[in-house]
Design a protein around this ligand. Structure first.
Ligand code: LER
Ligand code: MN
Length: 273
């Protein structure tokens, strides 16, 4: 089992990032201490030198980078659902530049959360999905050409109004033949939007590129009522050996990563692996 964790390189208030103080040197030390092997990294706009520094800082602790999140794009109104074709083309190019940054970091790929965008009040989700599919077609193709990928995350209805469930998102990727786009299912969102998690994981396989884990209440694993054993058993059956990345709320980040690691190892042992 490969554990990962959501980390911000800058001080942030964005809810579910475990380490939000931007003190990544200390964060990397703690992650190594509790046996974490990777991070999903939330960055601000920065140059290649800075990206190399991040990469080496984590690598020195044996920690790889899986998903690069550039949420500042979304905060600046960059979305793939943009209605103006000229602006949408500009946004596609901006997202492609983030894929270049993901490569500098040695990351698996670029996370696609809020940047996909929303449908507006006078249109349906399907209308916006046509624009998002067209944009992701180009971005996915570019990702493949540089050996990267887009990790598209189903996000619940209270945060965004497109691609809420993992099942719908898998259908969207398959129906639009979005090569270079994989899924980043997040158990917190799946709990709201999908059916039984093991069944849904079977449905979306082999598109899973990274998994976000937390408790059902989005705190450290072990606080809520998710049944992790059948989830882990299913992932094993499917041959998924990618990261299980803790993304959630944490009043005390060290205590939360310790608890999550201990709980996950306990659940893994119960799987009889
Ligand atoms: C947001 O709720 C989330 O789960 C993130 O991974 C996406 O930015
Ligand atoms: Mn997530």
């Amino acid at each position: 089992m490969k554990l990962g964790c959501a980390v911000s390189t800058y001080e942030t208030k964005f809810g579910p990032i475990v380490f939000k103080d931007g003190n990544i040197r200390e964060n990397a030390r703690l992650l190594e201490k509790y046996g974490y092997e990777s991070v999903d990294l939330f960055i601000k706009d920065c140059g290649d030198d800075q990206l190399w520094e991040y990469r080496e800082l984590f690598a020195a602790r044996g920690i790889g980078i899986i998903t690069l999140f550039a949420i500042y794009l979304g905060e600046n109104g960059v979305t793939l659902a943009e209605r103006n074709p000229q602006l949408r083309r500009r946004n596609v190019d901006m997202v492609k530049r983030q894929l270049d940054k993901a490569n500098v970091l040695g990351a698996k790929g670029l996370g696609m959360g809020f940047v996909r965008g929303m449908h507006e009040a006078d249109e349906t989700e399907e209308d916006a999905l046509k624009r998002i599919a067209e944009a992701l077609g180009k971005i996915g193709e570019y990702a493949r050409s540089i050996g990267s990928c887009v990790l598209l995350e189903p996000i619940n209805r209270y945060e965004v109004n497109t691609l809420n469930s993992a099942v719908k998102t898998a259908d969207f990727v398959r129906e639009n033949h979005l090569d270079g786009v994989v899924l980043q299912p997040d158990m917190f969102h799946m709990n709201i939007e999908d059916g039984p998690i093991p069944e849904v994981l079977r449905y979306v396989h082999p598109l899973i590129g990274n998994m976000h884990i937390s408790s059902s209440n989005r705190y450290a694993v072990g606080n809520g009522h998710f049944d992790f054993v059948p989830v882990l058993q299913t992932l094993q059956e499917l041959g998924y050996d990618g990261p299980l990345t803790f993304e959630g709320f944490a009043q005390d980040a060290e205590q939360s990563i310790r608890q999550t690691a201990e709980a996950m190892r306990r659940f893994e042992a119960q799987c009889g692996a």
